[in-house]
Write a protein of this length. Sequence first.
Length: 223
Amino acid sequence: MRKDSFEMLVIGLGFVTVGLLGCKGDDEGQDEVAAESSEVSSTTMTTTDTGTAADTGCIPGELGCACNGGLCLGDWLCVDGVCVVDEPTSESTETGPACDPPNISCNGECVDPLSDPDHCGECGKSCETVLDSGGCVSGSCAPVWSDCIDVSNLTLCPEVCQSQGYGACVTAGCGVDQMSVWWFGALSHCTSGEFSPEAEANACQVEPTGMNSDFYRCCCEQT
């Protein structure tokens, strides 16, 4: 009887010991997990000067990193505590002020490229204006009258235009009346565009047919 009681006591003590060891192991495991979690949290995240979380692997002030006291290196901009590229605003551009379409900025001024003879279609593209011809129309240089030609040296308009640095001659493309050739009785009249006896809208490639006139102008394409 005493032997059986002794054996039961030994078995009972064994269970108690195993239970205590198991509880100790669970506590230690939980402590280790908590310690590792705390270490990861403290080494991977921090708070910027504006309250925004950022990776501490970045150097404060560098692009994409936390701002350094609200400042960033170079031309970068501090936005919401992070250094970002400073993009130009809609109020200004590198070439000048913002302009309402169709205007564009040329030399710091807003101009209309559809009609500005100094910036026709693009900045710096100039168009010549002679009497009632030329200028900038819908973004392109309109045909223009050539210099005055003495009828004693009658020359076809294609040659006249080319010799004076223009492109091809233009049929019925110059002036208010859209003519090909404009005739004058005197050089002074041809220069001023006054007292013209006639003009013709014939094909500009054919010989001018003006009568009783001493000077004429050809309609030429601006290049």
